[in-house]
Design a protein around this ligand. Sequence first.
Ligand code: NAP
Length: 289
Amino acid sequence: MDGYTRTCGLIGNPVEHTMSPAIHNTLAGELGENLVYVPFRVPAAGVGDAVRGAFALNILGLNVTVPYKSEVIPFLKELDPLAAQIGAVNTLVREPEGYKGYNTDMHGLYRAMCGDGVGIEGENVLILGAGGVARAVAILAARYGAARIVILNRTLEKAQKVAEEVNRTFGPGLAQALGAGAYASLLPGEEKFLAIQATNVGMFPRTEEAVIEDPGLYRKIHTGYDLIFNPPETRFMTLVRENGGRAFNGLKMLLYQGIIAHELWTGASVDEALAEKAFTEMKRAMHLE
Ligand code: NAP
């Protein structure tokens, strides 16, 4: 580090378990950039001060994590259209007058899917959950041309709200809401689903749980993504595989949201060989390597 070193970082609370320093410091080292990435724990109600302070300190870019992904928006100069639609920002990019907000979580999921050879266009997409991430996934699926989107959630009203929003923006009838107990209505018929597990169920330490256990539902899934990455093999993934589908965890989404943020900050282009190096370092930091 010297007088020219640029700083990027993460704001959130807590931030101690983040894997982002492993991703960004590996990328910076490999790309020969004079850049460091550090976590900043921001106390409740401190996000405005943090954004203003970061700008004053000439910080190049920030990631934003829980609980500030929506709260940060009023403090930005500009918002990328996808982030505006989703209502959540995880990346701030320095512009002359302030920060511009992006949502690279969803671009990250999409890039991970492309890498796995999984497309969205024309697919029947089944989303488990209707929280912040599930809502973003529903918007992503609609934007990338899903034929049908089913949102299945324990609390039906939340699924209905997401489905209504998708239908209002992308056309009536595209999205449908179901309460978790109503999944049986999906079982008849030949069509298969690309399923995205976007609930907290199955996350460490309750690793033996899945939202739905019925193998009948899993036989309808040709590809399943669990956005959970701890544990790396979830009960949902096991059930998908046991019933003939392909299953992926959320680790690559985590990797690519970071890579896309890094590309936005520095203008660099991260190829797959470098992405793999960052992936190895990320997994090492998670004690998975
Ligand atoms: P959230 O807004 O809190 O939503 C949680 C969702 O889980 C809701 O739909 C909730 O249902 C459901 N849920 C929670 N406990 C449940 C239970 N016992 N039974 C059935 N459903 C239950 O959370 P989020 O921010 O959207 O995050 C969702 C997941 O995405 C998390 O697992 C997180 O780790 C993952 N994620 C991954 C990445 C990545 O990079 N891979 C990034 C961000 C998030 P109700 O509506 O009924 O409460």
